[in-house]
Design a protein around this ligand. Structure first.
Ligand code: XIL
Length: 537
């Protein structure tokens, strides 16, 4: 062969490979539109709402897709997911959304509807991910959907709706319009699909000599076709519902309990040998307004007697429902003020103003009556960073104990950062509370990569993640020492991996964070190795 021919051959092969790679990448995009031709591009309504391409409101170009005249929460634009629907195939959905009416922080949920070859079989709906927007602003929504292995699955449709409310409970506030633009759906190639690392030690096994390690989860993660379920089984021994056991999820309307999502988490935990913590019986957030209003005149507050009775019914119905399955309850959450004393109306809580300070002890007494065996916890944040708040918690729990109120433990949420507070401050806080003769539970841990709210998004460099690992190491060394003293037996992370953390949207909307042990592709981070084997960090 001449040199010239060899060069030609090599060039030809390189071109073929590049061409094939390019073609494969292009084929991966299965749907992409900015609605610029003024049509809906195959998107349609789910109910009686109007779905149309509109000019003048757009994220880019001049058109977007408008969903208006929604009457029920499940109304929204829907599109068939392009096949073939091979089980395990992962679709990445990326779109911009905007709501220009309704609440200040409208929420939209990307959901999937499955239908079956057996056309008489009921369709099955699942929520893929819920996003909180800011009214009037376009936000990028991104989520992965894995095609499940359901027998006889014929088709999957994806759609954008708003968080579920029973039809009769829907008000005009819930009927906000949804605009969508620049939608791209990509079918990930096998090499891009997420799978967990199987050859590494399970966190739960490594930490078992000291404490149980838990994670807060949405119900979607306990679906066996979702790869997160494998991560949970391998690494965690306790689960908490991130939202599904809060009052608004369990009792959206007085007397109508909705157990589905919470039950799914509890039954997954039972089948996979995990325990469950319940979060939370009473809070000032994520609780429906009906609790606090007079049923005859909604402009008036409920009376003390009525609110106490509603609180008792809620606590006892919920605790009895999960008795035997939920071993520990956050009975009250965030009852302390960030300024002084108990949280009041000015900080969003109606419990104190309507009932008075004894609402806390009543909540514990009701919970104890409903389950004599569950651990009952008072849960709060910043106890480790705010000495004033810590002192108030100390006094509060001391008083409750003196009056024989069944408080078994104080929950330290432990939403902290890489930079503060110091291990010494955390140790002092934990031991001060433990001196009251109660346990300490770490209930919602995450370690933000940001110093404060004002810091701009930073790149997640290997150095940054290593520094986070070093921080995790010192924190877990402290927890192990406290475990040896019998003070801590449970540490719960507020999420199982960085692809699902509330810190992406709090305290700064849309600023990506990376506060947990596993990254957005569920791979072990330095933080994981810091706890499992620091020599591999
Ligand atoms: C957060 C959830 O993670 C979010 O999904 C939800 O939108 C808001 O609440 N302290 C608590 C938790 O006690 O219930 C909060 O969870 C995080 C702060």
């Amino acid at each position: 062969m001449t040199n010239r021919f060899i060069r030609f051959l090599v060039g030809f092969i390189v071109l073929c490979v590049l061409g094939a790679a390019g073609a494969a990448a292009a084929e991966n995009v299965v749907l992409s539109t900015g609605f610029e031709d003024g049509t809906t591009q195959g998107w349609g309504p789910r109910g009686t709402e109007t779905v149309a391409a509109v000019k003048g409101i757009a994220h880019s170009g001049s058109y977007s897709l408008a969903v208006t005249k929604r009457t029920l929460t499940w109304n929204g634009a829907i599109h068939e997911l392009p096949g073939p629907l091979s089980a395990g195939a992962v679709y990445h959905v990326s779109l911009w959304a905007m709501c220009n009416n309704g609440p200040a922080k409208p929420r939209v949920t990307l959901s999937a509807e499955k239908s079956y070859q057996d056309t008489s079989a009921a369709h099955v709906y699942s929520n893929v991910k819920t996003f909180t927007l800011t009214q009037g602003e376009w936000s990028l929504l991104e989520a992965d959907y894995t095609v499940p292995g359901d027998k006889g699955l014929a088709r999957v449709d994806i759609y954008l709706e708003t968080p579920y409310k029973a039809d009769a409970q829907v008000t005009d506030e819930d009927r906000y319009d949804i605009y969508m633009d620049d939608v791209t759906i990509t079918r990930l190639g096998a090499e891009q699909m997420i799978s967990i690392q199987t050859g590494i030690p399970g966190l739960r096994d490594v930490l078992a000599p000291w404490f149980t390690i838990g994670a807060a989860v949405p119900p979607a993660f306990v679906d066996r076709t979702d790869v997160h379920s494998s991560l949970l089984i391998k690494h965690f021994s306790t689960l908490v519902a991130g939202n599904a056991m809060k009052p608004d999820a369990l009792q959206p309307k007085e007397g109508e309990f909705n157990w589905k999502d919470a039950d799914a988490i509890v039954s997954f935990a039972g089948l996979t040998g995990m325990t469950v913590r319940g979060h939370t019986l009473l809070w000032h957030n994520q609780i429906p307004d009906w609790f606090f209003t007079d049923p005859k005149d909604p402009s008036k507050p409920a009376t003390r007697e009525l609110l106490l009775q509603r609180m008792k019914t809620h606590i006892q119905t919920v605790v009895e429902h999960f008795a035997g399955d939920v071993a520990s309850w956050d009975v009250v959450n965030e009852v302390l003020s960030d300024r002084s004393g108990l949280r009041s109306l000015s900080e969003g809580s109606k419990w104190l103003s309507i009932i008075g300070p004894d609402y806390i002890e009543k909540a514990f007494l009701y919970a104890r009556e409903a389950d004599p065996d569950a651990q009952l916890v008072i849960n709060d944040y910043n106890l480790e960073s705010d000495p004033r708040k810590l002192a108030e918690m100390y006094t509060l729990v001391k008083g409750l104990k003196a009056r024989k109120i069944p408080v078994d433990a104080v929950g330290f949420q432990m939403h902290i950062s890489m930079y503060a507070p110091s291990v010494q401050e955390i140790k002092t806080a934990i031991e001060k509370i433990a001196s009251l003769g109660v346990k300490v539970v770490i209930t919602e841990m995450d370690v933000s990569i940001y110093r404060d709210d004002s810091q701009q998004a930073v790149p997640m460099t290997p150095e940054l993640l290593k520094a986070q690992g070093a921080r995790y190491k010192e924190l877990f060394d402290l927890f192990k020492a406290e475990a040896k003293k019998g003070i801590i037996d449970t540490v719960v992370m507020w999420g199982c991996a960085d692809d699902d953390t509330w810190l992406d949207n709090f305290p700064v909307m849309g600023r990506p964070n990376a506060p947990l042990f596993f990254d957005r592709r569920l791979q072990a981070k330095p933080a994981y190795w810091a706890v499992v084997d620091p020599s591999k960090m």
